[in-house]
Design a protein around this ligand. Structure first.
Ligand code: MN
Length: 532
């Protein structure tokens, strides 16, 4: 991986002398383990396999797939990831207990990550054991893993609150017992970059095997502390996609790899062009939404509000972009607002492939954008397309997907099911689905035909009765978002709530497809109607 600062930008301007930088950093991904411990997150075996496949495509060095002792399902997931995913080392987590390690061995993973608490506070209140007892348990576990010919990573849990002499002693003994790597976790996220640099320097002097750091984000310092660990010689970093994990989460993979590459020139196996799609997949499956301001992968990470920044960005992007959005699978967004000038509007139109707009039309479009912005806070590309089409009387929009027939079966003690007949580009196709309710079943039936609905996810769904009574017209509005964060609003009204919902969904789908076509992003929708 090599992320270069964007053209003529100069990121590598920190003083690198005096740092103990490793040549190469290994990325140890914990999304499926620590990430799955995010409150409220539960992934199915199939979802875990899909994420693992994506992580392999992204180029992480190790995937920690789970804790097999936890449940039958988790064990099955780890086993299948170990069996089916090619490329990365597949790891599983175990306490320093034989049944935990045996469960990992059953999964045939490449590496077993054994951990035990070493801080006095954990020893006293959690483990109720002495330092000597803990040391013996740790060494027995490492030896047990190694006796089975499997790679072993040893973690001293709560390392950053452990007495330094004892921490180094435990890690050294673990290395002697055969551990292939040792980890210093900041389990409760109490470090700062300078304390981390000092601690890891001390540990590094005593350890020859791979040295890991695992930082939590309780004080918002997880990424900074991870980088500080690398500055002091750590050669492996434990991270999660989108920074998910217990409590405030873990160090996020995206800013860690980009900072290591762009600011330090460190080599990694990561293919950064897949960062955005990996982030979106994890966001979708875990249901943990990203803030728009999330570094690298957030919706606003490369957005420029009109005015002072837009003009220079249009002339030379590196004036206000530290790296190029395309390098991380992102795109630039020119956000139009009430201060937008014709330059911005023209540029935004051109980005959408709408060129050669006459001066009079451009003024009209700009005026209408400003009017809309005065009412709304934000004018999206989708709004711009709608306004441009109207002003220019473009007939670009022909819905590709039309609903022909819809049959739903629902009731008490019945699994809701649906059959839909769609006309896609004039070709008739039939899909079936079951769901938690009739709307869900119909959505699944549509999904069966159009693939995962062009990778759209539902952000908002509102149902409103327009008049009183059981025969009221049902108005459905929904907002869906595509993989790049573009949002599409669509609505429909019908006497039947299922029909309104399905029509709204199809309207949203058509808008998204139309938009993709305009932007030349049709790759994702060409296979429409072909099942994977
Ligand atoms: Mn953790």
């Amino acid at each position: 991986m090599r992320i270069k600062p964007s053209d003529e930008g100069n990121l590598i301007n920190i003083r690198l002398e005096g740092l103990n930088l490793p040549k190469r950093v290994f990325i140890y991904d914990c999304t499926l383990r620590d990430g799955e411990q995010t409150p409220g997150v539960a992934l199915t075996i199939k979802e875990k396999l899909t994420i693992a496949k994506q992580l392999a495509k992204l180029g992480v060095d190790t995937i920690e797939a789970g804790t097999p002792i936890n449940s039958k399902d988790e064990k099955e997931a780890v086993y299948r990831i170990a069996k089916e995913i090619e490329g990365p080392t597949i790891a599983a987590l175990a306490r320093v207990l034989k049944p935990d390690i045996d469960a990992c061995l059953d999964c045939q993973v490449d590496l077993i990550h054994v951990f035990v608490s070493t801080s006095d506070i954990h020893l006293k209140y959690q483990m109720k054991k002495t330092r000597e007892e803990i040391m013996n348990m740790a060494l027995e576990a490492v030896e047990y893993v190694k006796a089975h010919g499997v790679k072993c990573l040893f973690s001293a849990m709560d390392a950053t609150r452990t007495e330094l002499g004892y921490l180094i002693q435990v890690l050294k003994e673990a290395e002697k017992a055969g551990a292939d790597s040792v980890n210093v976790p900041d389990t409760v996220g109490v470090m700062t970059p300078s304390s981390m640099r000092s601690l890891i320097s001390d540990v590094r002097k005593n350890i020859s095997v791979i040295l890991d750091v695992h930082c939590h984000n309780d004080f918002g310092l997880a990424v900074a502390n991870t980088i500080a660990g690398v500055e002091a010689g750590a050669d492996e970093v434990q991270v999660t996609v989108n920074g998910i994990g217990e409590r405030a989460g873990n160090a996020a993979l995206e800013p860690v790899v980009i900072a290591l590459s762009a600011c330090y020139g460190i080599q990694m196996n990561i293919k950064p062009q897949y960062l955005m799609e990996t982030s979106s997949l994890v966001e979708q499956y875990t249901g943990v939404p990203l803030s728009p301001c999330t570094p690298i992968v957030g919706r606003n990470a490369f957005a420029h509000e009109s005015g002072i920044h837009v003009h220079p960005v249009l002339i030379k992007a590196s004036t206000f972009e530290p790296i190029s959005p395309e390098d991380v699978g992102q795109r630039r967004r020119i956000v139009l607002g009430k201060k937008s000038g014709r330059h911005s509007v023209k540029a935004a139109l051109e980005e959408l492939g709408i060129k050669d707009v006459g001066e009079k039309d451009l003024i009209e479009i700009t005026t209408r954008i400003k009017d809309l912005a005065a009412k709304n806070k934000l004018v999206s590309d989708v709004d711009l397309v709608a306004i441009a089409e109207d002003v220019l009387s473009l007939k670009l929009y022909e819905p590709r997907v039309k609903l022909q027939e819809l049959v739903v079966v629902t009731g008490v003690n019945v699994t809701p099911s649906a059959t839909v007949k769609l006309l896609i580009d004039g070709v008739e196709r039939i899909g079936q689905g079951i769901g938690v309710g009739p709307v869900d079943a119909a959505a699944k039936a549509i999904e069966e035909i159009v693939g995962p609905i062009s990778r759209l996810k539902l952000k908002e769904f509102n149902l409103r009765a327009l008049t009183g009574g059981t025969d009221s017209l049902a108005s459905v509005t929904m907002t869906v978002e595509d993989a790049l964060g573009n949002q599409f609003e669509a609505g429909a009204v019908h006497g039947d709530i299922v029909t309104s919902s399905v029509n709204a969904l199809i309207n949203a789908l058509n808008k998204a497809l139309h938009y993709q076509r305009l932007r030349g992003l049709e790759k994702g929708s060409k296979d429409l109607g072909h099942q994977e």
